[in-house]
Design a protein around this ligand. Structure first.
Ligand SMILES: Cc1ncc(COP(=O)(O)O)c(C=O)c1O
Length: 382
């Protein structure tokens, strides 16, 4: 019988407490969700600025659908590129201080489509050890048949990167994230940018978790360090869907001609592009949302027992490393019983022995729930 590996590998996952399954969210009201008829405060969402279901963004989605339709009905290079996409790209270029911008259907597709397009016999890629799966896959695709294997530098370690980069070499690309998705810590982007410039390398920053949250106008970590290439997702703080690559004109033209994910995929919905434009305008104006995230994050940290190890962070993401899968699952289950949804993140998403709770603090959480969550984590961890 063929495909017996399906059952055997799933069994192995179950035995290791690494089996994944989905939960259907029946209703959602701000950060309150209901699953199987029970209500929870959601501390696992990436809606950092509390913009999901915002009235103006919803209205823009409806207006966009009326003006341009719900679907772009073809790839951007055929007839899928509309005024809605163009207006969004122009806004992002100004916000990010980039010459050009192009839209992808997801952050995963943007990372894959950009890195893969940079595949060239001489290209050398340097990735942070904790890079997101989409960056790793993109880099792997970029290095197929390439004599230069992808190099990984120690997490957030510019001195290790310095040892790996080579002087007088062309086509070197350093890839990192502004805020790491499972740890919540920020990359030392200014140092990494300086190093990249010293070795004539380009810097690619995945700003999935920094965009909207970092900077006076939510411009993110990549913009603050003036990365050469920025990837930003719309599905997190921006609260819509899709992604962009911000870059110079030359790379833009190259991607439009060689990025397979861009060329051979339906352009994002014009209605979504229109609502994303509204969201980005709001994000730039409403700095109070970022201040609130900082304030609530400080409150959460201050209420945790000193015995609890929280990874150092400067974002909405708070990672409490527990260790084995079993314990992480059991703490997450205890929190569910008390009405808090906090997912246990386990290998292979994070390295073995570092299973954790990933708590995300969003602008529309309330102080009372945050204090109760911290108290319950303190109790559940003993
Ligand atoms: C760092 C990072 N990059 C890229 C992505 C992919 O973005 P998207 O969800 O838009 O595909 C994610 C999403 O989980 C992420 O955390």
């Amino acid at each position: 019988m063929s495909f017996t590996f399906l059952t055997s590998t799933l069994d192995e996952r179950r035995q290791n407490n690494q089996f994944r399954r989905r939960h259907c969210i029946e209703t959602i009201d701000q950060q309150l969700i209901s699953v199987n008829n029970k209500q929870y405060v959601n501390f696992s969402s990436n809606d950092y600025l509390g913009l999901n279901n915002h009235q103006s963004i919803n209205q823009a989605l409806c207006d966009g659908a009326k003006q341009f339709g719900t679907s772009s009905c073809s790839s951007s290079l055929v007839t899928g590129y509309s005024y809605a996409h163009q207006a969004l790209e122009n806004e992002i270029c100004q916000w990010q201080n980039k010459e050009r911008c192009l839209l992808f259907s997801s952050g995963f597709a943007a990372n894959l489509g950009t890195l893969q397009a940079l595949k060239h016999a001489g290209t050398k890629l340097y990735l942070d050890k904790l890079s997101h799966a989409s960056l790793i896959d993109g880099a792997r695709l970029a290095s197929v048949g390439n004599q230069n294997p992808v190099k990984r530098f120690k997490h957030n370690d510019p001195s290790h990167l310095n040892k790996l980069l080579q002087a007088e070499r062309d086509n070197q690309l350093v890839v990192t994230e502004s805020v790491f998705s499972m740890d919540g810590d920020c990359a030392p982007l200014t140092e990494i940018k300086q190093l990249s410039a010293k070795y004539n390398a380009m810097l690619y920053v995945d700003d999935a978790h920094g965009l909207g949250v970092l900077g006076q106008q939510g411009e993110g970590g990549a913009s603050l360090c003036q990365s050469d290439i920025t990837m930003g997702t719309f599905g997190k703080a921006i609260a819509t869907q899709g992604a962009f690559i911000g870059c110079d004109k030359n790379l833009f033209d190259y991607l439009i001609n060689f990025s397979r994910e861009y060329i051979y995929s339906t352009a994002i919905s014009p209605a979504v592009a229109w609502s994303t434009l509204t969201s980005i305008k709001l994000i730039q104006k409403e700095h109070w949302r970022r201040e609130k995230v900082q304030e609530l994050s400080q409150l959460f940290k201050s209420k945790l027992d000193s015995s609890i190890t929280l990874l150092p962070n400067d974002s909405s993401i708070h990672a409490i490393v527990i260790g084995d899968e079993d314990k992480a699952l059991s703490v997450s289950e205890k929190l569910k019983k008390e009405g808090f949804w906090v997912s246990a993140i386990r290998p292979p998403t994070v390295p073995k022995g570092t299973s954790r709770l990933r708590v995300t603090i969003c602008q529309n959480h309330n102080a009372r729930d945050i204090i109760r969550l911290a108290e319950n984590i303190n109790k559940a961890m003993v």
